[in-house]
Design a protein around this ligand. Structure first.
Ligand SMILES: C[S@@+](CC[C@H](N)C(=O)[O-])C[C@H]1O[C@@H](n2cnc3c(N)ncnc32)[C@H](O)[C@@H]1O
Length: 392
């Protein structure tokens, strides 16, 4: 990989053999994405599309018809199988490395978070785990977000941190800052006068975005919520190692304990597509509730399907059926304006727009081939990012 992930107190270190395996997975995945997956469009244009038209007397009406037709084609079957396999290999290559050093990583996390710390963590062992998290391993990550294996466990946080770095081919930058930086740059460009005193991130995972926001808005008090305890222990230790001040708490983003109107800015970054239908309505409602009048809600997401070229929509929908992202498709079909209005925002205050993505923000575009990463499902950090939100 052209970009190396910066070491911090709890990042798993790869031994020689583990690094070799992770490099192989990275190279193999890149090969599949840039040399095998593009064959799907060729298969569609030359074989699958013409056969569909001959049979039905028309072109496919939507991405679902297109997918059913493609699912019978050998090229698509092979490319999908290879993509899924590389995804599983990715998590395996990181997971075995974490298992080897689990004791050390957990001890490091405990040392970093012992006594008086600049960041804080509040866990809630009684918190009910929603089924869409507890019963699903999102993006095929073993154990998903909810797993909490033992006292002081940080496994899922370490798995996400290292796995996401490899998955995005280092595009997010050495400190995994690219995704958060793209949100910060978007906010600074769109709301130049916003000087938030209290910021809330919902679905913070390892705290990567919250850390960037804490550096971008130096006077703000930053709160970051996630549902997974092991993620949050890792996030707290990571924040301490990196010198960030963030108040982490284990809460359901659908219904938090924060007071009405107590935040100037509420952010999610890649949360919405991982939550079930009713949950999204609840989360947008919660954003509205905790924002003060004039406050800003912003969600960084994958683009909606509406208006998208049919074949592109089909490729973007790959994760719904092949990568344990069951809500991906339906979320990207939602009418986001209606969603915000239903939660109490005024229609005229809702925005949906694109802005530079993580690679551009992290300055890694030149180091890594970005375009092939836009091929299937997520853009893996390349290209433009979609922003949806509203002012209250
Ligand atoms: C793709 S990750 C978000 C990445 C993170 N925002 C970042 O910038 O690196 C989605 C996160 O949302 C969390 N999540 C999903 N549903 C949630 C809910 N109802 N309440 C709180 N967190 C939730 C998951 O546990 C997971 O950590």
């Amino acid at each position: 990989m052209a970009v190396k992930q910066a070491q911090h107190g709890v990042l798993p270190e790869a031994s020689h053999d583990e690094a070799a395996r992770q490099d192989f997975v990275f190279g193999f995945s890149k090969h599949v994405l840039s040399s095998v997956v593009p064959g799907n469009r060729v298969a569609y244009e030359r074989r699958v599309g013409p056969a569909f038209e001959k049979r039905e007397g028309r072109t496919p009406r939507d991405r679902h018809e297109l997918r059913h037709a493609m699912a019978r084609d050998a090229q698509y079957q092979v490319s999908s199988a290879l993509q899924r396999t590389t995804q599983e290999m990715l998590w395996d290559s990181v997971g075995e490395s974490i298992e080897r050093q689990w004791d050390t990583l957990r001890d490091n996390a405990q040392k970093l978070t012992r006594g008086k710390t600049r960041s804080t963590l509040t866990l809630d062992p009684e918190l009910a785990m929603p089924n869409y998290i507890g019963h699903n391993d999102h993006h095929a990550m073993p154990g998903g977000y909810a797993t909490d294996l033992a006292d002081g466990d940080i496994f899922s946080g370490a798995l996400y941190d290292r796995g996401a770095f490899i998955y995005t081919d280092g595009l997010l930058g050495p400190h995994m800052e690219g995704s958060g930086l793209s949100v910060l740059r978007f906010l600074q460009a769109r709301f130049p006068d916003l000087q938030p005193r209290r910021i809330l991130e919902l679905g913070c995972t390892t705290g990567a975005t919250a850390s960037v926001l804490s550096r971008g808005y130096l006077d703000a008090e930053i709160h970051a919520v996630d549902i997974g305890a092991a993620l949050l222990r890792y996030a707290h230790a990571r924040a301490e190692a990196m010198g960030a001040t963030i108040h982490f708490s284990q809460q359901n983003a659908e219904k938090t304990t924060f007071e009405d109107g107590s935040f100037d800015l509420v952010v999610t970054n890649a949360l919405l597509h991982e939550t079930a239908h009713q949950a999204i309505h609840n989360i947008i409602g919660e954003c509205h509730r905790v924002l003060r009048k004039g406050g800003v809600m912003v969600h960084a997401e994958q683009p909606q399907f509406e208006g998208m070229d049919l074949f592109k929509a089909f490729t973007h929908d790959w994760d719904t059926y092949n990568n344990n992202e069951p809500f991906w498709g339906t979320v990207h079909d939602l009418d986001l304006e209606d969603l915000a209005v239903g939660a109490g925002f005024s229609r005229g205050n809702v925005f949906q727009t694109f802005a530079p993505g993580a690679a551009a923000s992290a300055g890694t575009s030149d180091h890594v081939a970005v375009d092939p990463k836009k091929i299937m499902g997520s853009d893996r950090g390349g290209g433009l990012k979609f922003y949806y939100g509203a002012t209250k």
